[in-house]
Ligand binder design. Structure first.
Ligand code: PRP
Length: 204
């Protein structure tokens, strides 16, 4: 039995669409409150996790494999074994601000609101900019509107959240997509089973 950790939310929905042939739609019921789903036919157990917990479960060997966005991997900034870029969940890390503040990056000191403090710190420090990070857990678009920050660092997919809140991208930072990650030990010991599953996944 292989155990696969899936990041809940948009990524899980995309995974279910992209891996139609892997039985995910038949096995996982997103409308239930269940967190563990068994695919007895293919000997796979799927568990639904908060995105950043996928990395923790895989690192601790509780999951053999994980499906998570590269945004989460970058923020964790730890050694994670990536087997494949899954090609869905595509979005980008961007710096955005209010429409009338598009020169924000020219300021000497910038207040940045984000759910990704490590990614933001690294990027601004590579630009040689002095910043203060305001760490938030969600709805970061609100921060420039209410004057909590000058700009935000966040993931942008369709751009509709920015548009709805009168914000614009001032700089794109990194491309983001879903990745298949693995636990290095279980990959070594379970290799034939995992390799077979990964091969089927790639074909699917
Ligand atoms: C993410 C992100 C943006 C939004 C971008 O938030 O933090 O707010 O999606 O998507 P869009 O470009 O398609 O509009 P999420 O939906 O995960 O909610 P949260 O802000 O509450 O974390």
């Amino acid at each position: 039995m292989i155990r696969v950790g899936l990041a809940k939310g948009r990524l899980c929905e995309s995974a279910m669409k992209s891996f139609e042939k892997m039985n995910l739609k038949q096995v996982i019921d997103l409308n239930s409150r269940k967190l563990v789903f068994h695919d007895k036919e293919n000997e796979v157990e799927y568990i639904l996790l908060k995105p950043s917990d996928v990395v923790t479960y895989v690192e601790n060997g509780v999951c053999d494999l994980g499906v998570v966005g590269s945004d989460v991997i970058m923020e964790r900034d730890e050694m994670v074994y990536e087997i494949a870029d899954l090609g869905f969940g595509k979005c980008k890390f961007s710096i955005a601000t209010l429409k009338d503040n598009e020169k924000v990056l020219e300021q000497n000191f910038i207040k940045v609101a984000t759910k990704y403090p490590n990614v933001a710190k690294k990027y601004f420090s590579s630009m040689g900019k002095e910043i203060e990070i305001i760490s938030l857990n969600g709805s970061v678009e609100l921060a420039p509107i209410v004057g909590l920050a000058d700009c935000i660092v966040d993931i942008v997919e369709t751009g509709s959240t920015l548009k709805a809140n009168n914000l614009v991208v001032v700089e794109d930072m990194h491309l983001v997509s879903a990745r298949l990650i693995c636990n290095s030990v279980s990959y070594r010991f379970n290799k034939p089973t995992l390799v077979e599953w990964v091969k089927n996944l790639k074909e699917a």
